[in-house]
Design a binder for this molecule. Structure first.
Ligand SMILES: *[C@@H]1O[C@H](CO)[C@@H](O)[C@H](O)[C@H]1NC(C)=O
Ligand SMILES: *[C@@H]1O[C@H](CO)[C@@H](O)[C@H](O)[C@H]1NC(C)=O
Length: 441
């Protein structure tokens, strides 16, 4: 009897999209500069240590791991790591940024960005093109978190401080442009301490981007250390969580997905040497940081998956959606491809994205009629993937279409009780990438 009941219930549970979940995120400077340049005062060979770091990554299976200084021993980490999704290296020292991400979930829009400024005042920061990476990480259907991984300029000479503050400002400005309306996690080696008076850049994430610092919130009761105070130096490995390292994890949620950091821990004790000769010794001169997050979807706003390619400029209607939004007029423009999408809401708010080309078509929704289903087809134009076709279907079965259908199509259905009220994605003179914004009605 029990067995029958379970087999009836389980398929239903499995098909319902999750509205909350958890993920683990690790930030780790893996000390992968060539050993002849930098020993990092770590025992054992760098190749063996990298192999072991990869083994630990597999064993713990953290959902997303952002590495810094993953330069010349990258292949040894990937040899033993088994994460399903991994960035391709940008090269060893002198060529790459040392930034790589491994994950249990896929992402879109992965981008590497180089710092505008570097300084060799106290260490060879300009030796290799350091910077940050960006991706829209997709741990569940309709759940995206913009993840940034960074490695800022080192040193404490005035030029180093200027370069580092510029680096962090560069990330903050990038967030304002590319993550408008989105949940964000910034992690990495900021080379900054709140206690260092000249390290002003690290505080920009809170003042400009409204990001919370996981360490400040969870280990310092929300109180930022005073600029100019004595350093709160960490041992390595450390079992104390209130000391400060230059490695940080900061975050914010969005009106679609709220994020909560549940725990912060220097995970160093779980990354020690197993070689009998170096038993218990550290594998890197940095403590890794593990933050456990919970995400949960809003009961009033949701989004679809993205369709299209990583081109054009980011737009997001979420910050402009009024309360109790209802779509009134849908307008599409298309010809060979999808040129533009627009939506007018009952309160007069209107959204429009894309270019001016194509033939314009419109559909006015009756009262009580909702746009609930969307078919999007993509193709390549000048080697770039973009949207070629859209078809909206309403709750009463009316349709509106534009562009040219292809063999590469997806249909997005609004969750029960939700309808399309806006868009997010990337555009130029056409719709490169598109996701639907849904509101509960
Ligand atoms: C390296 O090994 C020596 C000798 O065992 C030990 O004293 C030292 O603490 C080790 N250094 C690190 C960073 O683990
Ligand atoms: C974080 O999550 C991992 C994986 O589920 C777990 O092993 C670890 O105990 C959690 N850490 C804390 C501090 O709760």
């Amino acid at each position: 009897m029990k067995t029958i009941l379970l087999s009836v219930i389980l398929p239903a549970l499995a098909s319902a999209a999750a509205t909350n979940g958890k993920f683990t995120a690790l930030s780790f400077n893996v000390a992968g500069l060539p050993s002849i340049l930098q020993s990092n005062d770590v025992n054992g060979t760098k190749t063996d240590n990298a192999n072991l770091i990869g083994t630990y990554f597999s064993e713990y299976g953290y959902d997303i791991i952002n590495m810094q200084e993953d330069f010349n021993y990258h292949a040894y980490i990937y040899e033993t790591d088994t994460h399903a999704y991994r960035t391709a290296t940008s090269g060893g020292a002198a060529f790459g940024s040392g930034l790589n991400t491994i994950s249990n979930y896929n992402w879109v829009d992965f981008t590497r960005v180089k710092w505008n400024i570097c300084s060799d005042a106290s260490s060879a920061d300009c030796l290799t093109p350091k910077g940050f990476t960006f991706m829209r990480w997709n741990p569940a259907d309709g759940v995206y978190v913009d993840f940034y991984n960074l490695h800022a300029d080192a040193g404490i000479e005035d030029e180093d401080e200027a370069a580092r503050n510029s680096n962090l400002q560069q990330v903050a400005d990038y967030i304002d442009t590319w993550s408008t309306g989105n949940a964000v996690v910034v992690m990495g080696d900021t080379n900054s301490r709140y206690t260092r008076a000249k390290d002003t850049g690290i505080r920009v994430f809170k003042s400009q981007n409204s990001l919370a610092d996981t360490w400040v919130d969870l280990e310092k009761d929300g109180v930022y250390p005073t600029a100019g105070a004595d350093a709160l130096v960490c041992e390595n490995p450390t079992s104390v969580q209130t000391c400060e390292t230059v490695d940080k994890v900061l975050y914010r949620g969005s009106s679609v997905v709220s994020l909560e950091a549940d725990s912060f821990v220097y995970d160093s004790a779980k990354f020690t040497n197993t070689d009998p000769e170096y038993l218990g010794d550290i594998l890197s001169d940095h403590n890794p940081i593990l933050v456990n997050f919970t995400w949960s979807l809003s009961s009033s706003l949701r989004q679809s998956q993205f369709s299209g390619g990583p081109h054009g400029t980011w737009f997001n209607d979420l910050p402009s959606i009024p309360s109790s939004p209802a779509a009134s007029v849908i307008t599409f423009s298309g010809a060979e491809r999808l040129d533009a999408v627009a939506l007018e809401l009952k309160d007069g708010t209107s959204f429009s994205h894309g270019g001016t080309g194509g033939t314009k078509v419109s559909l006015t929704l009756a009262s009580g009629e909702y746009w609930t289903e969307t078919k999007l087809c993509t193709g390549k134009h000048n080697k770039h993937t973009r949207n070629f076709y859209i078809k909206a279907t309403t709750s009463t079965g009316k349709t509106l279409e534009a562009g040219t259908s292809t063999d590469d199509c997806q249909t997005f259905t609004a969750p029960d009780g939700f309808a399309v009220v806006g868009f997010m994605g990337q555009d130029a003179d056409e719709i490169d990438q598109l996701a639907l914004v849904y509101a509960a009605y």
